[in-house]
Design a protein around this ligand. Structure first.
Ligand code: PLP
Length: 386
């Protein structure tokens, strides 16, 4: 089976991990701060807080912005459930802004309309979480403009997008948001097994996220309520979690980060090759904004239903039955039974529904060979009866 995504681990990665296994600190050593510094430098952000998953990063990002019960958080329906679950963990309510029909990202126009309506009913969101689907940035300049007009915070869910750029600047630099989060799950661009990171230029948010990551405990006398009893003293000043990344994972991250640019350019090369090879087929290939450089976490096509009668379901099963590990990203979040229980109904976002009906993710990862890619394309032709 050619999978839809696959991590890339080489001997250097293994050696770096083994070094930590033989050292005195498997966790809470120097390698986590080193990983944070390197990612922050790579992205041009002032602060980075490493955690054990992007889900945890989203949670502490929401908490640091003060999201709590009675607040509203808006995100895209075409994302992994973690993007919206984070708000629910904080006791807030969630709502979805429909997507752009070309980029499949949260639509800045739809956002403006929804904000205008919310303003009338005094129900504006506290935070909006744009998701950079497949690795392509949302239209952040426009979304940021709206945040100033309507007064909400922005968390970029860049789980797919480390290594990508927007307006020539690396994603994660925070020009248009309060916090950006990355995922290091093995299917994403670089991996630490499980892992995530939250980047910000705001020292207050960084400090809060550091607290939430580790039980709400501080060893900084400047933050304490009482005078330290001695060298051993620490204080819990908030209710936090154990969301720490280990040094074993951070060592893998530092090593992987060195190949980030190579991974992303290989993904772009293969994506462009797909786009050429698929140009005559009844499928819609990814639309790339002129000011975005996608990290191409995913290569999503849509079946062009105006030019073929073959259904997405049939294309999907033919490919799967023939060893091509296609996938679907994503089922609109509000269709999940848990979300239906919160009152969302089928068909809530029209464009997201259209997208979901025809989308299919083709295999893409740095080690995919051109020969394997040709195999995917040939099988896709068969599946489309061409
Ligand atoms: C993978 C993913 C997450 C969650 O990442 P984890 O590191 O697995 O917690 C969140 N949002 C999006 C868009 C993702 O793709």
């Amino acid at each position: 089976m050619i999978p839809y995504g696959c991590h890339d681990i080489d001997q250097t990665d293994i050696d770096e991990v083994v070094k930590i296994l033989k050292s005195s600190f498997l966790t809470q050593g120097d390698t986590v701060p080193e990983f944070e510094t390197r990612v922050a430098e790579h992205c041009g952000a002032k602060h980075a807080v490493a955690v054990n998953s992007a889900t945890s990063a989203l949670h502490i990002a929401c908490l640091s912005l003060g999201v709590s019960s009675g607040d509203r958080v808006w995100t895209s329906p075409i994302s992994f459930v973690a993007s919206s679950n984070a708000a629910l963990y904080c006791g807030a309510s969630v709502d979805f802004v429909d997507i752009d029909p070309n980029t499949y990202n949260l639509s800045a126009d739809k956002l403006r309309d929804k904000l205008e309506q919310a303003k009338q009913t005094n129900s504006l969101p506290k935070v909006v979480i744009p998701v950079h689907l497949c690795g392509q940035s949302c239209e952040m300049a426009a979304i940021h403009q709206l945040s100033e007009e309507y007064g909400f915070h922005i968390i970029e869910d860049a789980s797919h997008a480390i290594g990508g750029k927007y307006q020539g600047m690396p994603i994660g630099g925070g020009q248009y948001s309060d916090i950006t989060i990355f995922s290091f799950h093995p299917v994403k661009i670089i991996t630490t097994g499980e892992g995530g990171m939250a980047l910000t230029n705001n020292p207050v948010l960084a400090e809060k996220m550091q607290l939430f990551r580790s039980h709400g405990i501080t060893r900084d006398p400047g933050l304490m309520k009482h005078k330290p009893h001695g060298e051993w003293y620490y204080e819990q000043i908030d209710l936090g979690f154990n969301y720490r990344l280990t040094d074993i994972q951070a060592a893998l991250g530092v090593s992987q980060l060195k190949r980030l640019d190579k991974f992303v350019s290989k993904r772009n090369e293969l994506a462009n090759r797909y786009t050429d090879l698929l140009s005559e087929l009844p499928v819609i290939t990814p639309f790339v904004l002129s000011d975005a450089y996608s990290s191409y976490h995913l290569y999503v096509i849509r079946i062009d239903h105006e030019h073929t009668t073959t259904t997405r379901e049939s294309v999907f099963s033919t490919l799967r039955e023939n060893g091509i590990g296609v996938n679907i990203h994503y089922i609109p979040i509000y269709k999940q039974p848990y979300y239906q229980g919160l009152g969302f109904s089928e068909g809530y976002c029209e464009i997201a529904e259209q997208y979901y009906k025809y989308a299919i993710t083709l295999p893409l990862y740095p080690a995919l060979t051109e020969q394997q890619q040709d195999q995917v394309v040939e099988m896709l032709k068969t599946a489309l009866n061409i």
